[in-house]
Design a protein around this ligand. Structure first.
Ligand code: ASP
Length: 424
């Protein structure tokens, strides 16, 4: 990707975003009916919606570009890798690595929820109401079998896949397109690779515009969430939120160990190099929208060969989501505990396996991890309405888990760069 495609950003953006967050929480607490309640409930809700408007536009712009950005980045990434042989060698290491780190992350999430048991701080009265009104059938893992799952990932209808945001199908479709391009004569594939370059450049322009809105967006979204959530709810789910944050932090430490022991890099230099990408992940809550910044960190600051970064990063952004996986497992277990669904060790293991798949299939866009969580929940017999309990704090957790997702992609790139010989 030519460097001019990478969105330009303002160096003080990080501070503006943090300021936006701080001011958003403060304004939210001033307006919230359970905070200082300076206005009545209805006015507070209406004001909240208006204040959130820049955020809604911001998220809309990011969601708009995700599918073209992912397809074009993966196709160009496969083409840039140069040969099928290189792809096979790297893929054979990358996929097991992704699965392994996702599993470690999920185990951390499960362990922390079991140890802290944040469900004990939740008032069970309204849980009974949700149970009474839910018509979701209780089914413990009546999931699809393996042949059916394989059938489900074949992108038979691309339009349907993009309509349903079935990321796994889209990723497979894009990899196939890239491979086809590698096998065709250059001249035949050129119009399509030109189209992908255009799509990538165009989506990055949109991201550049969206980023100008970021501080106002974060301010508005956080203020609105705080108004709606109020102090009571925050206190109730506070233990859950802290457990997830603790889990994400523990996984972050695991990454640092991987960077130092496996990738053999200095962790401080590494952290400095990836800081900007983390900031963008945090403010956009979208691993996909962060792809240009993740690539820039890898290529310009970590000095990783483009052949590796351009394949690993777009793919990692869509399928390697350790933060999301940790969060989904932790949230599912937390809700199981609240709803009194007692899982045996075997069922917890199945939950972990399901979460590996769910995190792979989660689109790299803001706030979707929680939507995919609904399918995991019906698998373990928790009414998906239970999500209402954790919805309030999802915005903040989304920002944090996306930051971990992107960090994980950069760690994977550093590891792959060490073990994949290139001619750099
Ligand atoms: N926002 C996350 C990401 O893009 C996905 C999620 O909602 O967990 O990485």
């Amino acid at each position: 990707m030519p460097t001019h495609n990478i969105p330009k950003t303002d160096k003080t953006l990080w501070w503006k975003i943090l300021l936006g967050m701080g001011l958003g929480i403060t304004l939210g607490l001033i307006l919230s009916p359970t905070g200082m309640a300076v206005v009545d409930d209805i006015t507070a809700t209406t004001l909240g919606e208006w204040i959130a408007l820049p955020g809604i536009i911001f998220l809309g712009l990011l969601k708009m570009v995700v599918i073209p950005l992912v397809i074009s980045s993966i196709v160009l990434g496969v083409i840039d890798s140069g040969s099928l042989h290189f792809l096979k060698t790297m893929g054979a290491k990358l996929v097991p690595y992704f699965v392994m780190t996702t599993f470690i992350s999920i185990s951390i999430g499960v362990f922390i929820i079991q140890a802290v048991n944040p469900a004990q701080y939740i008032d069970t009265k309204f849980v009974d109401d949700i149970m009474a009104t839910s018509d979701i059938p209780f089914a413990i893992f009546n999931e699809l079998n393996i042949p059916q799952r394989i059938e489900n990932v074949i992108p038979v209808n691309f339009t349907e896949a993009s309509l349903e945001k079935n990321m796994l199908q889209i990723v497979i479709f894009s990899i196939l397109l890239g491979i086809i391009m590698l096998t065709l004569p250059k001249k035949t594939g050129k119009p399509f690779s030109d189209l992908c370059e255009f799509a990538q450049a165009a989506t990055m322009k949109v991201i550049e515009w969206a980023m100008a809105l970021a501080p106002y967006a974060v301010f508005g979204l956080i203020a609105n969430v705080t108004i709606q959530m109020g102090l009571d709810t925050l206190a109730g789910v506070g233990a859950y939120m802290l457990s997830v944050l603790l889990g994400l932090f523990a996984m972050f430490i695991v990454y640092l160990l991987i960077v130092s022991i496996i990738a053999k890099r200095n962790i401080f230099t590494f952290l400095k190099a990836i800081r900007n990408a983390q900031i963008f992940a945090f403010s956009t809550s979208s691993s996909a929208a962060t792809i240009p910044f993740t690539l820039k960190a890898a290529e310009e600051r970590l000095d990783i060969d483009e052949k590796v970064s351009r394949f690993v990063i777009p793919l990692g952004a869509t399928i390697n989501m350790d933060g999301t996986a940790l969060y989904q497992a932790a949230a599912a277990l937390f809700l199981c505990n609240i709803f009194g669904v007692d899982l045996s060790n075997g069922e917890i293991f199945l939950l972990m396996l399901t979460t590996v798949g769910a995190s792979i299939g989660t689109p790299a866009t803001p706030g979707v991890g929680i939507i995919v969580l609904a399918t995991i929940l019906s698998g373990v017999g928790v009414p998906p309405e239970g999500i209402g309990i954790i919805l309030g704090v999802d915005r903040i957790l989304d920002m944090c888990r996306t930051t971990l997702n992107v960090t994980g992609d950069l760690v994977a790139t550093a590891v792959m760069a060490r073990f994949t010989p290139t001619d750099k």
